[in-house]
Design a protein around this ligand. Structure first.
Ligand SMILES: [Ca+2]
Length: 294
């Protein structure tokens, strides 16, 4: 386990229990996060122990394996979810069964990897769920985007990547993009100074599977630098030139101490975060935003 402040962390394994809040059936087994075993009617949540900055962008990767099916129809159920949560209850856990451990949480955004069809259009799908600050459900009316044409989520180790660039959420499986949706996160979830809890949930029902997260990497990628009206064609000089103007006034004492005031401009190198190679331009409706990787 390596922790780099609040910017990023990665878990080769899930050994450092102090970094996680485990709820329901979640536990660490052989250095993996086992959300549920192959047993019926349980739900699980695993939260990173503190809120992290999500508002301006992030990238997260994890490998998961869903296997050992049993119970009703022998198909396995119900799936896992990656959840960004600022639930007023703090660490919280949602419904078992079709709820995938997230249904019933408030003020959250969910990316689910659902393996059981509850009249959702098929067994095997991914979907982004949100209901503003109210309780979210697994039903399609809380789905912002869904895709059924994805690789089989069960029986194989899959690598998921979820990115947010202050404009789009993208969901990849094994390196291929399967879901892209414009989301302005701070309008979907009420954040705490841009921060929220992040973690995983899962559940089983009469049909069940074992759900495991094998490793997890998180990076808070960007912070906001500037927001400009799109109609303003005149970008600040420091955006264009990587130099920062310093305006200051002084009196020309050698001429007259009170009557003559002159303004001059000096240019200083800007901090690395502002430099062209470190910043990204994002257009959102009528505004331009500059975000930085630093
Ligand atoms: Ca389902």
């Amino acid at each position: 386990m390596t922790v780099y402040g609040q910017k990023s962390f990665s878990t080769g394994t899930f050994q450092n229990l102090e970094s996680y809040k485990l709820m329901g059936s979640a536990k660490i087994v052989n250095d993996d996060l086992q959300l549920t075993d192959s047993e019926e009617w349980v739900s699980a949540a695993c939260w990173y122990h503190k809120k992290v900055l999500v508002q301006y962008g992030f990238e997260t990767e994890f490998q998961f394996k869903i296997d050992k099916h049993g119970g009703w129809q022998g198909k396995g159920a119900d799936g896992i979810a990656f959840v960004i949560s600022n639930d007023p209850k703090g660490f919280n856990i949602g419904d078992l069964g079709e709820g995938i451990g997230y249904q019933g949480l408030s003020n959250c955004l969910v990316i689910e990897f659902d393996t059981f069809d509850n009249q959702e259009g098929g067994d095997n799908h991914i979907s982004i769920h949100n209901n503003g600050q109210s309780k979210v459900s697994r039903f399609n009316n809380h789905s912002l985007a869904i895709n059924h044409k994805i690789p089989e989520l069960q029986n194989t180790v899959r690598k998921a990547k979820i990115t947010y660039d202050f404009q789009y959420i993208r969901v990849y499986i094994d390196g291929i993009l399967y879901l892209k949706k414009e989301v302005h996160l701070e309008k979907k979830v009420k954040l705490s100074q841009g921060k929220a809890y992040i973690g995983f949930t899962a559940s089983t029902a009469g049909a069940y599977s074992r759900h495991r997260i094998l490793n997890w990497k998180w990076t808070r990628k960007k912070k906001i630098l500037a927001a400009l009206p799109e109609s303003n064609n005149e970008s600040p000089r420091f955006i264009a030139t990587n130099y920062k103007p310093i305006h200051h006034s002084y009196r020309q004492h050698n001429f007259h101490p009170f009557l003559s005031t002159k303004t001059t401009k000096k240019y200083l190198p800007i901090p690395s975060a502002w430099r062209q190679e470190n910043r990204t331009e994002i257009k959102r409706k009528n505004r331009l935003y500059y975000t930085s990787n630093c």
